[in-house]
Ligand binder design. Structure first.
Ligand code: SAM
Ligand code: DTB
Ligand code: SF4
Length: 324
């Protein structure tokens, strides 16, 4: 979709927009299912990059300690708990610039992925930059989706990060697509960007071929010590509008209401689901930051008559390998 088309969607009367988001959702998805995804930071802090929103950059004093890469056993324990708690997707994140074939830490991550992929959940990783060789290895190990956000518009990106470029992000996404993994790609709102930047971000996402399988919409969690620590919280109706436009523009994508839910009211989140969001991160912690408690989320879903998504048949134990 063009920027002009996205703008005219965004600018229509609020209730017309969210009704259209809901209608598009109902055309493409099972009524009232929400996918629960669990995140695990397998390598926390000490990152070389300078992303202005991130508590894990080594350049800022945020109180996040740099840790070593987690061992497979610990990762498996967390993944098993996630499945028991009803998650159908497990996403492992690492704070570093990217991965290289031959690096022992990459081999260690591949080993952990091979184990986790036996559990019957969708397996997502977010490991920064990679090329086609690494992407193929991840796919062979059992990764179903790779998360790599463009985060904002190409124009605003240099205000957010200087240690890599928007084009670097697109190159990694292309490698992921070529290797045959699903792309999970979205961004953050509330970093000082304009509504036009947000819609430009969606324009880039709608231009990806194939379209992203999932689109995380994060609200900035202003982390003390980062250059964005003083940013004002996102206005709820702006978030709801963006979710509705994302749903309309990318009807088949899982639209994931991601970071920043601790600041949203239950009513605000309900509007996000109505507008077309159909996935959340589930569990008390994101990577380093807080998420609503699992009990709180279960209660919210129940009150809204939303049900956690069932695992895909192709992901259940006993199904053929490599198709989940
Ligand atoms: N290092 C990898 C990378 O940059 O792709 C993966 C981890 S990174 C933390 C994953 C995504 O989390 C970022 O692209 C950003 O969209 C989101 N994120 C990180 N810190 C955030 C914050 N403080 N508030 C909202 N979203 C955040
Ligand atoms: C995404 O878009 N959001 C998640 C996931 N992909 C990896 C991460 C949110 C991180 C929030 C800040 C933190 O926990 O440090
Ligand atoms: Fe590093 Fe990723 Fe954080 Fe950027 S967003 S500083 S690449 S962990």
């Amino acid at each position: 979709m063009t920027l002009a088309e996205l703008q005219s969607l965004y600018e229509q009367p609020f209730f017309d927009l969210i009704a259209r988001g809901r209608a598009v959702y109902l055309e493409h998805w099972n009524n009232n299912e929400v996918q629960l995804c669990t995140l695990l930071s397998i390598k926390t802090g000490g990152c070389s990059e300078d992303c202005g929103y991130c508590a894990q950059s080594a350049r800022y004093s945020t109180g996040v300690k740099a840790e070593r890469l987690m061992e497979s056993e610990q990762i498996m324990a967390a993944a098993t708990r996630a499945r028991e708690n009803g998650s159908t997707r497990f996403c492992m994140g690492a704070a570093w610039k990217g991965v290289r074939e031959g690096d022992p830490r990459f081999e260690q991550v591949l080993g952990a992925i091979r184990e986790v992929s036996k559990l019957g959940m969708e397996v997502c990783v977010t490991l920064g930059q990679l090329s086609l060789g690494e992407a193929r290895k991840l796919k062979d190990a059992g990764v179903t989706a790779y998360n790599h956000n463009i985060d904002t518009s190409p124009e605003y990106y240099p205000q957010v990060v200087t240690t890599h470029t928007f084009q670097d992000r697109l190159n990694t996404i292309e490698a992921v697509q070529k290797a045959g993994m699903d792309v999970c790609c979205g961004g953050i709102i509330g970093m000082g960007e304009t509504v036009t930047d947000r819609l430009r971000m969606l324009e880039v996402l709608t231009g990806l071929d194939p379209a992203p399988e999932s689109v995380p919409i994060n609200c900035l969690m202003s982390m003390p010590g980062t250059p964005m620590e003083a940013q004002a919280p996102v206005e709820i109706f702006e978030l709801v509008r963006l979710i509705a436009v994302t749903r309309i523009a990318l009807p088949k994508a899982k639209v994931r209401l991601s970071a920043g839910r601790t600041r949203l009211t239950r009513e605000g989140q309900a509007l996000c689901f109505f507008a077309g969001a159909n996935s959340i991160f589930y569990g008390d912690k994101l990577l380093t930051a807080k998420n609503p408690g699992a009990n709180e989320d279960r209660a919210l879903l129940e009150e809204l008559d939303l049900v956690p998504q069932e695992p895909r048949a192709a992901c259940l134990p006993g199904a053929a390998a490599g198709v989940c």
